[in-house]
Design a protein around this ligand. Structure first.
Ligand code: NAD
Ligand code: UD1
Length: 333
């Protein structure tokens, strides 16, 4: 039976993906160093999947341990989530970002090469496009990193292209995620607003309604958008998780390297998301208009057609369902 190694499988996206893989009866082993997740995540995944969770506490930069894990578990493919993901932190501490994201990936790829595993699914980001020249953004849009975090994703994509050019029996897919929000229907796992250093919009909204923050800072209302606030492509975390399942099937069937946008194709403004959350929760989200955040673009949403056609994947959940699941998670935790 094939076995998938999931690096960073206890994080926000990895944990949701693990539940889908379990549902589809895929065997997997998680490798995580617990740097950005809580220990109780193991028990939560076990509760959801009703299965024992096979995992190793291991840093992806420890190549020898990865080799041992791959051999012990007869790993046949890898989904690589493990990374540092805060844009602001990457600007303050770029060294750490290149070290974990780039060196960590090279260590994982080296372990794969030495064990003959050649199927690789990589978590890339819409951040690779920088300030978009056009929307919806397709995969041929130019890559313009605005920060070290985005740069690490572009470097890794380039490394993967070179590996495939040199060894045509690799099968690689890079998924460029847009803005995942929401949580598993159980309410047990989600994007913990109190863990990590990133301050994405939905966790910030949750902090306000939970009384952890007095108001939501709306970063600019003078953008050239209908209500003046930034527009993004929010995608339900379970839709994003499902895309990994579809991409694994794609990887299994052909060699090559492919890049896919994973988004809904719909742009939603900060105020629209706030309103949708208020409608679902029945609570008021106080706001304060502040200056634009450095590095933010006005509008960013995906053209997901390539993934729709080639991966046979399409987002299913709407904004209301994203807000409902985030709210359920916030209330259970
Ligand atoms: P996350 O921080 O919740 O999960 C990452 C997991 O990797 C954590 O459990 C952490 O403990 C682990 N990890 C970090 N460094 C490690 C190391 N050196 N060795 C082993 N484990 C390590 O992040 P996420 O939101 O689940 O993101 C997963 C991937 O998707 C990342 O590569 C991220 O850059 C990418 N991505 C995320 C978003 C987003 O909005 N969340 C958007 C685009 C791309
Ligand atoms: C951010 C990162 C991006 C990364 C993604 C996932 C930046 C510049 N971009 O995307 O590279 O891939 O997270 O980790 O950090 N907003 C507010 N108030 C808040 C928080 C956000 O108004 O307190 C606004 C932002 O200005 C933006 C929208 O909400 O218009 C979404 O922001 P966020 O959730 O941080 O995601 P991105 O900036 O799109």
């Amino acid at each position: 039976m094939s076995c998938i190694l999931i690096s960073g499988g206890f994080g926000y996206i990895g944990s949701h993906t693990a539940t889908i893989l379990s549902e589809k009866n895929h065997k997997y082993v998680i490798v995580d160093n617990f740097s950005n997740c809580k220990r109780d995540i193991v028990d939560k995944i076990r509760k959801i999947t009703k299965n024992k969770v096979c995992y190793y506490e291991c840093d992806i930069r420890d190549t020898q341990s990865l080799i041992n894990i791959i051999n012990e578990n007869k790993v046949t493919s890898v989904i690589h989530f493990a990374a540092l993901k805060s844009v602001s932190e990457s600007l303050m501490n770029p060294f750490e970002y290149y070290e974990v994201n780039v060196n960590g990936t090279i260590s994982l790829l080296r372990a794969m090469k030495l064990t003959g595993v050649k199927k690789f699914l990589f978590s890339s980001s819409a951040a690779v496009y920088g300030e978009p020249d056009f929307c919806p953004i397709d995969e041929n849009h130019s890559l313009k990193p605005l920060n070290p975090y985005a740069q690490t994703k572009i470097i890794i994509e380039s490394i993967l292209k070179d590996i495939y050019e040199a060894e045509k029996n690799w099968s690689v897919v890079c998924l460029r995620y847009f803005n995942p929000i929401g949580a598993h229907k159980s309410g047990l796992i989600g994007d913990d607003p109190l863990s990590g250093k990133s301050a994405n919009l939905m966790p910030e909204i949750i902090k306000v309604v939970k009384g952890i923050k007095d108001y939501l800072n709306v970063f600019g209302n003078d953008y050239p958008t209908p209500d003046g606030t930034g527009i993004r492509d929010y995608i339900h975390i379970m839709d994003l998780a499902e895309a990994h399942f579809k991409a694994l099937d794609f990887i299994d069937k052909r060699n090559g390297i492919s890049f896919f946008n994973i988004g809904t194709g719909k742009g939603v403004s900060v105020l629209e998301l706030k309103k949708a959350f208020e409608n679902v929760s029945g609570l008021n989200v106080s706001i304060k208009i502040s200056n634009r955040r450095q590095g933010d673009c006005a509008v960013c949403y995906a053209n997901p057609k390539k993934a729709n056609v080639m991966l046979k994947w399409k987002s299913k959940y709407d904004l209301k369902q994203m807000c409902e699941s985030s709210w359920k998670f916030a209330n259970r935790n």
